[in-house]
Design a binder for this molecule. Structure first.
Ligand code: ADP
Length: 481
């Protein structure tokens, strides 16, 4: 075990106890393929025990004032922030992203704890003007109850805190199943939460390779009143169906197929910078990564040339070595998928402008690539690439761009680059997306609502909206006045 992995727990966390198990699974470093830890491979029974613990902890935790909960969350934020370097190293070790990005993610992840600690104090209800002289109407907001969360591997810290912080701030207790690829950051966060004084059972982490079994327990247990999931649309649909019988509240952050529109009147440097930031972060493995770069014909050649120049400057290699801008993909399957998509595009007439192959750094490294002359019949613009490949599609008119952009069952993020304010506003309104970046490739933070429309999901995380997801409205009528 390397030093950084030793610093934090590698066992599961249920009811304030660190839980080992005879059955374990390996966590590997995608840059080297080396095993870095063995983590308990828990089953359905353990998930039920975690829900028992969260249920037992709920009455006391929800009875605390928001201010009392905020004090604990604030301590957690401080501890996470103090451990930024260690958490970042741990993240790069299990996830692969460049260390500078990992540090930025720790800050981003911690910001949800800081924000929701305070936002929890503002769970306001309403007084509603009466329709009868003898009655008064009031609403109050109450925590929904026990929450279950299922997280992905691409943001091992932020996807945990974006769910846990609002749940805890609002008075809910929670059971989290991190991705099997990246359980170590979740366990480290739990350790820091316990150090901050979080009572036993309020936060539980169930590590497993049997996600379907644990997911089923989460969905079918009537005590779990809400499920928050970030992952693929395919799995999101399974969970949506499984939650029907207990009529659970759901937040689903699912797949995207983000269009990035570059109009002839765009500032070229801004458009290239935005596309680079949106495309190559986490080696292209984010749900808001520009998946289709739609470029108007008058600027297409200049944009393509500028992208190739910038992409050729990206250093590819292990994330722990400073200076590398693109790390490994998460798995061999991820590499296979990217190779298949590029091959399909090339077969149908697309041109590889740079990259288009596995990088010399190792079997999970893919060269940052730009593929031009992409058309809408190619799988590369129909499916999520989840790799460092920019697919450039040419368009002629604004109407064509909007039609192309919306021609997908997904609707998470969209980006557009134009110096014409009227056009930017008009197009932003017409894009089927939960989030639109205008002349900006990076827009997520703790104070704004993150989420999608269509098959990209339900609900929002972050911002004031993110707290509402964990609250129920109770209407109280006071009569006989
Ligand atoms: P990705 O392709 O990005 O890994 P997934 O949707 O497969 O996306 O995974 C996201 C999360 O969902 C992970 O924690 C994974 O373990 C979990 N997961 C996968 N399949 C299921 C399932 N059938 N039920 C519940 N969770 C699942």
């Amino acid at each position: 075990m390397n030093m950084i992995v030793k610093k934090f727990p590698t066992t599961a966390f249920i009811d304030g106890e660190w839980i080992s198990s005879a059955k374990t699974f390996a966590v590997t470093d995608p840059a080297t393929g080396a095993e870095v830890a063995a983590v308990p491979d828990l089953g359905a029974e353990d998930a039920r025990r975690a829900i028992d613990a969260a249920s037992r902890a709920l009455p006391d935790w929800s009875a605390k004032t928001a201010k009392e909960r905020a004090a604990i969350l604030r301590r957690w934020f401080d501890l996470v922030t103090a451990e930024t370097d260690s958490l970042a190293q741990l993240m790069t070790t299990e996830q692969g992203k460049p260390i500078a990005e990992a540090r930025a993610e720790v800050a981003y992840g911690a910001s949800f704890i800081e924000w929701f600690a305070e936002e929890g104090k503002r769970a306001y209800g309403r007084t509603i003007p009466t329709t009868a002289a003898s009655k008064r109407y009031i609403t109050i907001k109450q925590p929904i109850g026990v929450v279950a969360a299922i997280a992905p591997w691409n943001f091992p810290v932020a996807m945990i805190t974006r769910k846990v912080a609002p749940a805890l701030a609002s008075g809910c207790t929670i059971v989290v199943k991190p991705a099997a690829e990246t359980p170590l950051c979740a366990l480290a966060l739990a350790k820091l939460a316990a150090d901050a004084g979080l009572p036993p059972g309020v936060l539980n982490i169930v590590t497993t390779t049997d996600a379907p079994a644990i997911g089923k327990v989460f969905c079918e247990d009537a005590r779990v009143r809400k499920l928050s999931f970030t992952g693929s649309t395919e799995v999101g649909k399974i969970l949506y169906r499984q939650c029907a019988d207990t009529v659970k509240k759901l937040t689903l952050e699912l797949g995207g197929n983000a269009p990035l529109l570059v109009f002839d009147d765009a500032d070229l440097d801004q458009a290239v910078a935005g596309a680079m930031a949106s495309k190559y972060r986490t080696a292209g493995q984010t749900c808001v990564c520009a998946n289709r770069i739609l470029v108007q014909s008058g600027i297409y050649d200049r944009f393509a040339a500028a992208m190739v120049e910038r992409v050729n400057d990206l250093a590819v290699g292990p994330g722990l070595e400073t200076g590398n801008a693109v790390g490994p993909l998460i798995s061999g399957e991820a590499i296979d998928k990217v190779e298949t998509l590029v091959a399909d595009a090339v077969k149908k007439g697309a041109k590889v402008l740079t990259g288009g192959e596995v990088a010399p750094a190792g079997p999970l490294f893919y060269r940052p690539s730009v593929v031009g002359d992409v058309t809408s019949d190619m799988s590369i613009v129909r499916e999520e690439i989840f790799g460092p490949v920019a697919a450039l599609v040419r368009f002629e008119t604004e109407a064509d761009a909007i039609a192309l952009a919306n021609d997908t069952p997904f609707g998470l993020a969209a980006y557009l680059f134009s110096r014409d304010v009227s056009r930017a506003w008009r197009v932003a309104e017409k894009l089927d997306a939960g989030m639109v970046g205008i002349n900006e490739g990076i827009f997520s933070n703790e104070v704004v609502p993150f989420g999608g429309v269509k098959e990209s999901g339900l609900g929002r995380e972050g911002g004031a909206e993110g707290l509402e997801e964990y609250l129920e409205v109770k209407y109280i009528c006071l009569g006989a006045i």
